[in-house]
Ligand binder design. Structure first.
Ligand SMILES: Nc1nc2c(ncn2[C@@H]2O[C@H](COP(=O)(O)OP(=O)(O)OP(=O)(O)O)[C@@H](O)[C@H]2O)c(=O)[nH]1
Ligand SMILES: [Mg+2]
Length: 440
């Protein structure tokens, strides 16, 4: 699947050297922690082949070259020895730092945000996702445009020498290819156009989300690759794309979830979160995440088998806060419980996420318990009841249509009996409008 996608996008596999700079006090704890593991997963997801890794420790960032000019020269030798085409930094660099390292190393340099934007660009399938990614890419790369110009001219003028001068590959997808032909003014025009389109989409999405308010809505959120789509499939029988790659799901999918006993919810799968999710992306993905923002309940899915589960939980909580979702009731789900090998790590996770439901979307373990948890939360907010009223009571019938979820209605001799689910706070209003509650 992944191979096919790369061919679709015309991406050739590139050799990448990964670089991480660790500042004092930022040293990750835990002996099993590999500071470049996630960057490696991201790079692989983007279609690169990781040929080398370099961790630098410095007391502070060098303003000109980020890692210091001596280190930049060492890195140049290392990249040459590894025959790397591209150098990928785990940190975010300024346009001038990127330019400087590119000029020293004669190789394309991209940072973590560009890499993530690039993956999003290659995964975006719907027009909405494409617009969102293009906007984020333009906003992130626009300040770099002037640099890109001179840089690309310089490398092309130097007659190549390494494949680094070739245009294409990681970090140049999407609007990147066009950058050398368009100037900043055109970019600005395009940005305004995209924003306009996205505002329209936002409004449309909001209407769509509102039209679902009669249902209990549940958003699946969590770190990328945690198993959200697999869980969605297991719970609803939907055919959502599952893949062992980062950001497999870029567009929200919503499915009906029949929990039994007449209880139905709408379950939405969302784009995976990631540590330091570029804020341009959070902004442009608001519409996609709208489902999560307006959910009655969130399922926070955690990959309990990940060595960095705790870090991922923190990252997800941060993004949720950025989206203003921190107050939505949440059920924590420790997924991939079948794959957990480290007893002490899972013990810590259980302490960190008390009340979490442990599941395996793969084996089905814990899914019944998860359903019960969700049902409990639904009952707190919704009641199922049968009411009776005169069939001419248009005001009440209109009100019920708008605020309740009607399951069944029977007309007999001028009265109507309606079986429905209703948000608990609405019951009093129904009575005021002339509804007689028969059950429960
Ligand atoms: N062992 C095990 N693997 C799982 C489980 N759930 C999901 N996976 C695997 O984890 C990988 C990622 O699953 P997805 O469902 O695509 O994850 P996601 O959270 O939707 O990922 P993104 O859409 O990329 O954010 C796939 O290879 C799944 O088969 C589980 O309970 N146990
Ligand atoms: Mg997914």
């Amino acid at each position: 699947m992944k191979e096919a996608k790369q061919t679709d996008n015309g991406i050739q596999t590139e050799n990448a050297v990964l670089v991480g700079l660790i500042l004092p006090g930022k040293e990750p704890s835990g002996t099993r922690y590999d500071p470049l593991a996630e960057l490696a997963a991201l790079a692989t997801s983007a279609g690169a082949k990781v040929v080398g890794r370099s961790i630098q420790r410095r007391p502070k960032v060098c303003a000109a070259t980020y890692i210091g000019s001596g280190k930049a020269l060492e890195l140049t030798d290392y990249a040459a020895e590894k025959e790397a085409d591209v150098i990928i930094f785990d940190n975010d660099l300024t346009p001038s730092q990127i330019r400087e390292i590119e000029s020293i190393s004669k190789r394309r340099v991209i940072d973590r945000t560009e890499l993530i934007l690039d993956i999003f660009a290659s995964r975006a399938r719907t027009s909405a996702a494409r617009l969102q990614v293009e906007l984020a890419q333009l906003e992130y790369t626009a300040p770099r445009l002037r640099g890109m110009w001179t840089h690309l001219e310089r490398i092309a003028g130097a007659g190549g020498g390494t494949s680094a001068g070739a245009v294409g590959g990681i970090g140049t997808r999407g609007p990147g290819e066009r950058q050398i032909e368009i100037d900043r003014r055109l970019v600005q025009k395009r940005v305004s156009f995209l924003k306009e389109q996205l505002t329209k989409l936002d409004q449309q999405k909001l209407r769509e989300v509102k039209s679902r308010r009669d249902y209990f809505t549940i958003g699946l959120v969590g770190y990328t690759n945690a198993g959200k789509s697999t869980l969605m499939n297991a719970l609803t029988g939907a055919e959502t794309h599952v893949a062992d790659q980062l950001f497999a799901t870029l567009d929200t999918k919503t499915r009906r979830w029949d929990l039994g006993g007449g209880q139905v919810a709408l379950l939405s799968d969302t784009v995976g979160f990631v540590r330091d999710l570029p804020h341009h992306l959070v902004a442009s993905f608001r519409a996609t995440l709208e489902e999560a923002i307006h959910s009655d309940l969130l399922l926070h899915v955690v990959d309990a088998a990940s060595y960095d589960a705790a870090g991922q939980i923190k990252a997800v909580e941060q993004v949720l806060e950025e989206l203003g979702c921190q107050d939505i009731p949440t059920v924590n789900v420790l997924n991939k419980i079948d794959a957990v090998q480290d007893d002490s790590a899972i013990h810590l996770l259980r302490l960190r996420m008390q009340d979490a439901v442990e599941t395996s979307a793969r084996t089905g373990e814990g899914l019944e318990e998860l359903k019960q948890h969700v049902l409990d939360r639904m009952r707190d907010r919704y009641v199922r009841l049968t009411i009776e009223t005169e069939s001419g009571n248009g005001r009440l019938l209109a009100y019920l249509n708008q605020h309740g979820h009607i399951l069944d209605q029977t007309y007999t001799d001028g009265t109507v009996q309606i079986d429905l689910r209703l948000p608990t706070p609405e019951v009093q209003r129904v009575v005021n409008l002339g509804g007689r509650v028969i059950t429960p």
